[in-house]
Design a protein around this ligand. Structure first.
Ligand code: SAH
Length: 245
């Protein structure tokens, strides 16, 4: 059997130190997932990552109804951090917001920040649920990093405290149809800002355009839905300034 085929099929994110020979006592939820849902047993393997120490192959050494134990064998992938790119977006309908968070994690956003804008459709979000989506996306896409999902905050407050060393790439639907910028998108550290279905208000657009570190960009001749716009902008940035090289 090749080394590759011996690698575990299932990946699990754990908040636990990982390292050669490290024993890990499982929480009730993880034990339930591994032993009841996946039906794994003693001697079988699972891949683990904790967001900072790469991916490790671990063996199941004890199973139980409310717990169990894993032991780390070897590191199967080094820790890989995404480029320092944030996604700032206005939450839309639940399933589309879930989609945005999932795709942002897959496409290598380092942080995900939901913001309330003047025309935001959604007053509340479940940050814990969105964080769980980011985590699941990292588990399934082979990532070793889980982007943090921030609590919902007003866009105006985020802009008040903006660290001007981070470029803000403002997807401005008012520019749709304008030629693509001649200068490339700003490099990291950067953030992409996507508006809600209603777009940005004139006041927001005026404020953003007047800020020095803000680059307004068009995303082509068509008006994209917010979820499409988020995926497109992340892809464009990763292709020109990120880890797609
Ligand atoms: N209702 C608005 C469109 C909102 S689209 C209108 O009709 O004008 C949702 C968000 O996606 C926008 O706020 C913007 O951030 C982004 N977006 C969609 N299409 C875009 C485009 N062609 N250029 C730049 N940004 C775009």
């Amino acid at each position: 059997m090749t080394a590759h085929r011996e690698q575990a099929k299932h990946r699990l994110y754990l908040e636990h130190a990982l390292g050669q020979g490290q024993a890990i006592d499982l929480s009730r939820d993880h034990a339930h997932y591994l032993f009841n849902v996946l039906r794994l047993n003693t001697g079988q393997r699972v891949a683990l990552f904790n967001g900072t120490q790469g991916e490790w192959q671990a063996e199941i050494v004890a199973t139980g109804k409310r717990g169990g134990t894993l032991r780390c064998l070897t590191q199967s992938a080094p820790q890989r951090m995404p480029p320092d790119l944030w996604l700032v977006f206005a939450p839309i309908k639940k399933t589309r917001t879930d989609f945005i968070v999932e795709k942002a994690a897959e496409l290598g956003a380092a942080r995900i920040l939901p913001v309330q804008t003047d025309f935001t459709n959604s007053e509340r979000i479940r940050q814990d649920r969105l964080q769980a989506h980011a985590l699941e996306a990292a588990e399934q896409c082979g990532g070793t990093y889980v982007p943090q999902v921030a609590q919902l905050q007003p866009l105006s407050r985020l802009l008040d405290g903006w660290d001007t060393s981070r470029a803000l790439i403002f997807a401005d639907e008012g520019l749709s149809g304008a030629p693509a910028p001649e200068t490339p998108l700003p490099p990291a550290p950067a953030a992409i800002l996507i508006g809600p279905e209603g777009g940005f208000s004139p006041a927001e657009r005026a404020r953003l355009r007047a800020m020095d570190h803000v680059t307004p960009v068009p995303l082509g001749p068509r008006i994209l839905r917010a979820d499409t716009a988020a995926v497109a902008a992340l892809t464009l940035w990763q292709a020109t300034r990120g880890d797609w090289s």
